[in-house]
Design a protein. Structure first.
Length: 318
């Protein structure tokens, strides 16, 4: 059980070898969001008034970081659930409900944090809606997810304040790129890495507003090449060789290439949809296959298995 029933301890782990964890922001003021979002979340810390929040968007865009930073800055008692593994009715009935109904010591704020909430069953979500109504004066709820369409409307319509961490507006996307670049330049300087600023900006263009994906790719490239140069753009792109290997029905070679290059699942699925599906003899079947496994992989405990199944299925279409 990954649930936490007390104050969460937060410390920046400079000893951690993974940059994505070493530089995870501890405080709301350090989480990268567009200016208009910044005021909203900063005001929560100032006023100590936390509404129920529904944060959704692609992986690595800062949803979980924002939730954890709010918990820390508000010095809150927290019940934390990774919904993809703990989102079961018995957890709701036997533990979450009792915790939500009790009063925190010294009137400290109480937060129920449901990460990867789209992994919860519709029954769990319906039960949570009722609990939210019963405990409105006792605690606040923060939900994060990748796929908001998997969350029942009743939890989105008025019961929570929604924030799209994909930041679809062009102005916000440009603002995010500048903020991410500034943060990454600082990290690379701290790590004493020789880097080409334009190469870093090009990588950010390729990876969008997923700072986690960008930072992970930069660290891997540094470990291999010792610096960041213009070749990182080619390193980050999914190799067209995957198409040839799928046509040859060489499933194992595709998986080996994905592992060797360290491609993110979301990038592989996007590549397959944009580059492979249009040339597949059974285009419709290819699109349905990619969509099925991309969705399943997002909430699977073994996403690599979903990727493998997708590749095997696509091989059979050629």
């Amino acid at each position: 059980m990954s649930s936490i029933f007390c104050k969460r301890e937060f410390t920046m782990n400079l000893k951690c070898s993974k940059w994505i964890e070493r530089y995870r922001p501890d405080h709301v003021k350090d989480v990268i969001v567009p200016k208009k979002y910044r005021k909203f979340f900063d005001d929560i810390v100032t006023t100590k008034d936390l509404p129920n929040l529904f944060l959704y968007g692609k992986k690595g865009t800062g949803k979980t970081s924002m939730a954890l930073a709010l918990i820390k800055d508000l010095n809150a008692q927290v019940f934390e659930i990774n919904s993809s593994t703990d989102g079961r009715m018995e957890v709701l009935k036997e533990k979450l409900t009792n915790w939500a109904r009790t009063k925190a010591p010294n009137n400290e704020p109480k937060i129920i944090f449901l990460d990867e909430f789209d992994g919860c069953s519709p029954a769990f979500q319906a039960g949570l809606r009722k609990l939210m109504e019963e405990t409105a004066l006792k605690c606040s709820y923060i939900m994060t997810c990748n796929f908001p369409t998997k969350v029942i409307d009743a939890l989105q319509e008025g019961r929570t304040m929604e924030f799209n961490f994909n930041f679809p507006e062009k102005e916000d996307q440009e603002s995010m790129k500048e903020l991410i670049a500034k943060r990454i330049f600082g990290i690379l300087k701290y790590e004493n890495v020789d880097y080409d600023p334009e190469a870093v900006k090009r990588l950010i263009e390729l990876k969008g507003n997923s700072i986690r994906t960008t930072l992970s790719m930069l660290q891997k490239y540094v470990r291999i090449h010792g610096k960041i140069d213009s070749k990182i753009a080619a390193f980050a792109d999914v190799d067209d060789k995957i198409i040839d290997l799928i046509k040859e029905h060489n499933y194992s070679a595709v998986m080996d290439l994905i592992d060797e290059k360290g491609y993110q699942d979301v990038d592989v699925y996007e590549f397959l949809f944009e580059r492979l599906a249009p040339i597949c003899p059974k285009k419709g079947s290819a699109i349905l296959t990619i969509g099925q496994y991309e969705s399943a992989g997002a909430t699977s405990r073994l996403p690599r298995v979903q990727m493998a199944c997708c590749i095997v299925s696509l091989c059979a279409l050629f």
